[in-house]
Design a protein around this ligand. Structure first.
Ligand code: SF4
Length: 453
């Protein structure tokens, strides 16, 4: 039984992606096991912990702003400990202590699994510590996790790092080479989630399709999914971040045969123009993307397709951009995230000529978002009058009069939701909902027959 020492309280800020969130959940559980209590208000925390993101400048600025915000609490109470973890430290390591003298302890990702030990050691030290080395951290099921997501939903991080070398991306530099967890280790964690009542398991990685490439034998994503399907009862399994050309026929066949793998695929295309894709060092062209979309719609006619597009990449001509808009019009994808290219010094793309100015980048971003909003609104109409399974998340943040949930076609955090105007259900229930209204990103409906799946 862990005794919470009132003096040992921690306030954690978790920045960045879902993969970072999993790391934060591990650190919180390790600190709880070490007797820390988690507090919402940093004023009451003895330990101020920030898990940072750092792969593009806006993320770096956000991390530094958060560090400076929390250091104000330390100025008022110098006994507090300010600890910075993660990608920012992995990227800038040795520069940070001079830049951010308020911070007591900096550790890169290798410190995540021993954060409690590092902090315990730091308490007895009055000099700043920095732990950063070649990224080799890979979580496993022996590490505890304190889920920060609702009880019915969890992320399963199946790999660390990435072996792709997209010219605009720092992830391989920050998180290191691809490292896959073993299937048996992932099954231990998936079964634990099943026992804890998880209804939606989101598989995440930098590139899910690369799973097992670094492991011997025939370990791959399809084999992992078959084991999760066989050894758990989790009703919804969702796949986030797949690479286009390695989204295999086997995977699509399995998804077509197994409705527990929800008909939803998040596959970042980044662009559509052969010329731009080549400069991005993405290993496919537009024809490959068209074949992929055709294959997906052949095996999974009602699959929701999400992608990510990067506009304003060096050398992207007006024609290249018009080609992107034209493809959006023709492919009619369900969800599209559009991002503006960020010029990062350590990236190969930084050396490319023909940079696009900020104003033009913004204009292209707005045009792509507007084009997709019209398509999303039109696509949403296909659900009107239909009965869809909806995972209830709880009372809507908008108004207590509505419940909120998501269909199989809506991922958490990044897609719209379903507002439920009539019917009762509890968080975690999966219920049949008749869709009565559609909007650009959200749906509205009523629970029918009160039959709870
Ligand atoms: S696949 Fe993703 S994480 Fe890997 S290098 Fe490319 S953009 Fe970065």
């Amino acid at each position: 039984m862990c005794v919470v020492n009132r003096k040992k309280t921690v306030h954690l800020v978790s920045l960045g992606c879902a993969k970072n969130l999993v790391d934060s959940e591990v650190m919180l559980a390790l600190l709880e096991n070490a007797g820390y209590g988690v507090v919402e208000d940093p004023a009451y925390a003895q330990l101020l912990l920030i898990n940072t993101c750092g792969f593009i400048q806006p993320a770096v600025e956000e991390a530094v702003d958060e560090i400076l915000r929390l250091s104000e609490y330390k100025k008022k109470d110098p006994d507090k400990l300010l600890v910075v973890v993660g990608c920012l430290v992995q990227r800038y390591g040795r520069e940070l202590p001079d830049e951010l003298p308020e911070v007591d302890l900096f550790t890169g990702i290798n410190g995540i699994a021993e954060i409690d030990v590092l902090i315990d050691g730091q308490i007895r030290r009055n000099t700043t510590s920095l732990y950063v080395s070649r990224p080799k951290y890979l979580m496993d099921s022996s590490l505890p996790r304190r889920l920060s997501t609702p009880f019915f939903q969890a992320y399963l991080k199946i790999t660390e790092g990435c072996d792709n070398r997209c010219s605009y991306c720092l992830i391989p530099f920050i998180r290191g080479k691809l490292r896959s967890r073993s299937i048996s280790d992932l099954i231990i964690e998936a079964k634990r989630f099943d026992q804890e009542g998880v209804r939606e398991l989101n598989l995440i990685a930098q590139d899910l399709t690369a799973y097992g490439n670094d492991l011997s034998g025939s370990t791959d994503l399809v084999l992992l999914l078959r084991r999760i399907l066989d050894e758990t009862m989790i009703p919804w399994i969702r796949l986030l971040y797949l690479y286009p050309t390695t989204t295999s026929e086997d995977l699509l066949e399995l998804m077509a045969a197994e409705p527990r793998i929800v008909p939803y695929l998040d596959i970042p295309f980044q662009h559509v123009s052969d010329q731009v894709l080549k400069r991005m060092n993405r290993r496919y062209n537009r024809k490959d993307l068209e074949n992929l979309i055709r294959r997906i719609r052949h095996y999974l006619p009602d699959c929701a397709l999400r992608t990510t597009l990067l506009v304003g990449f060096p050398g992207e001509t007006a024609d290249n951009f018009d080609e992107l808009i034209d493809c959006l019009q023709r492919w009619r994808l369900d969800h599209v995230g559009v991002f503006q290219y960020q010029d990062e010094e350590e990236c190969a793309a930084y050396e490319l000529e023909d940079k696009i100015n900020e104003e033009e980048k913004k204009e292209r971003y707005n045009r792509a978002m507007a084009a997709q909003a019209a398509i999303s609104a039109d696509n949403a109409q296909k659900y009107l009058g239909k009965v869809e399974s909806v995972l209830i998340e709880g009372v809507s943040a908008e108004t207590e009069l509505l419940l909120e949930g998501r269909t199989r076609f809506q991922a958490t955090e990044i897609d719209g939701c379903v507002y439920i105007a009539d019917g009762r259900a509890n968080p975690g229930d999966i219920v049949p909902v008749r869709i009565t209204e559609t909007h650009t990103y959200d749906l509205v409906g009523n629970i029918i027959g009160q039959g709870v799946d």
